[in-house]
Design a protein around this ligand. Structure first.
Ligand SMILES: *Cc1c(COP(=O)(O)O)cnc(C)c1O
Length: 371
């Protein structure tokens, strides 16, 4: 019995991975992204099931996430996408992690470390084609000049990341693809042909933007059953994935209150009629967004009922009028009950945020169970 818990279906994660592989087809490697504790689904458990399902590559954000996977026995290749800090660098070699390097200076430094360690050191080079975040803006010729001096460190992949992938009314993705392709062509003409070429996260994959797939794709959101809605007119979504995570909370108390009763901090809700309220053991310290105050909905006995008043740190009050509900019952914050469902995208819309932030925001206080 828990105040609030997650139920994660590893079978659904594996099914989502297989659906992505079917869509990507034979020539494209699928590298699931398991950063941020696998978007709170549990990086170790998710990585194990993906490895069993045939994943040969996984991606994380930082070296600590990669080390945690190695220490739990994950043998797949692991790309670390956003951490090439000086103190992290030796750890790539110690733990057989593959860095995404984002500067020419980083390549030189990795070459030096790999030489000292006497190890072959594959890396992926990230180029900034317009995202304006990590990635080198050096020219292809400058990259070739550095690679000409490089022995131990080996450029195994060339990658970039899109800024506006879901926006099909923007030209930015096509411009980024063109910039990337030009750099790749120049490198190939200079005798450098990286084994892996990759640009796409979930959205360009799910909406079938094949010219952006290269021979490796990096889906995160889709592994967990989500594809963000696109703006404009993409090709029809061709990917059948479903959410793998449900979020529940226990009813701590049920009581009947008269009309005119104010509910919670700031008294921002007042009952308009005699009402029954249910107090749930979940709040913003668990990651249930405070912005859902007076706006959210949860499922109780298969019905969608509104959040009443402010979401507080540890508690949330919902309307249980007309329901035969008792302390100890479970409410569903995210998931399915009968014909009703609430997913992270709907919560995000009500809370004025994005589904990624809803999932990653579920705090470690919420117990995770595998079903
Ligand atoms: C997080 C991330 C991804 C995965 O993105 P999704 O939208 O969750 O599929 C892919 N590539 C990079 C560089 C990322 O940071």
């Amino acid at each position: 019995m828990h105040r609030s818990w997650l139920e994660v279906s590893l079978g659904q994660i594996a099914a989502n991975f297989r659906a992505i592989r079917r869509l990507a087809g034979g020539g494209v490697t699928v590298m699931p992204v398991v950063k941020a504790d696998a978007y709170r689904h549990g990086a170790v458990e998710v990585s194990r099931v993906l490895e069993e399902a045939g994943a040969r590559w996984l991606a994380v954000s930082n070296v600590n996430e990669g080390i945690a996977l190695r220490e739990s026995g994950i043998r797949s290749r692991i790309l670390v996408m956003a951490d090439f800090l000086p103190m992290s660098r030796p750890l790539f070699l110690d733990y057989d992690l593959t860095p995404a390097i984002h500067s020419l200076e980083g390549i030189r430094e990795y070459e030096r470390l790999a030489g000292l360690a006497g190890k072959a050191a594959p890396f992926h080079l990230k180029i900034d084609t317009g995202m304006g975040r990590l990635g080198t803006r050096a020219s292809a010729q400058e990259i070739l000049d550095v690679l000409a001096e490089t022995r131990a460190a080996r450029m195994e992949g060339l990658m970039t990341h899109f800024a506006s992938a879901p926006n099909y009314t923007s030209a930015q993705t096509d411009e980024q693809i063109a910039t990337f392709t030009a750099v790749l062509r120049h490198l190939r003409n200079g005798g450098i042909d990286p084994a892996f070429v990759h640009m796409s996260s979930t959205v360009p994959l799910a909406y079938g933007r094949k010219e952006a797939w290269g021979n490796l794709v990096r889906p995160g959101h889709a592994i967990y059953g989500y594809v963000s809605p696109a703006k404009g007119s993409p090709a029809a979504q061709a990917l059948d994935v479903r959410p793998a995570l449900s979020w529940k909370a226990t009813v701590l108390e049920v009581k009947d209150v008269p009309a005119g009763a104010s509910i919670g901090y700031g008294a921002i809700h007042t009952t308009g009629r005699p009402a029954r309220i249910a107090v749930l053991g979940v709040g913003y310290a668990d990651g249930y967004p405070h912005r859902l105050s007076n706006k959210g909905r949860v499922l109780l006995q298969g019905k969608a009922v509104p959040v009443l008043g402010a979401v507080s740190m540890d508690l949330t009050t919902v309307d249980a009028t007309g329901l035969d509900v008792a302390a100890g019952d479970a409410a569903t914050l995210l998931g399915v009950e009968g014909n009703e469902s609430i997913d992270a995208q709907q919560i995000a819309k009500l809370a004025g945020t994005i589904s990624y932030s809803v999932l990653c925001g579920i705090s470690s206080r919420v117990v995770r169970l595998y079903v």
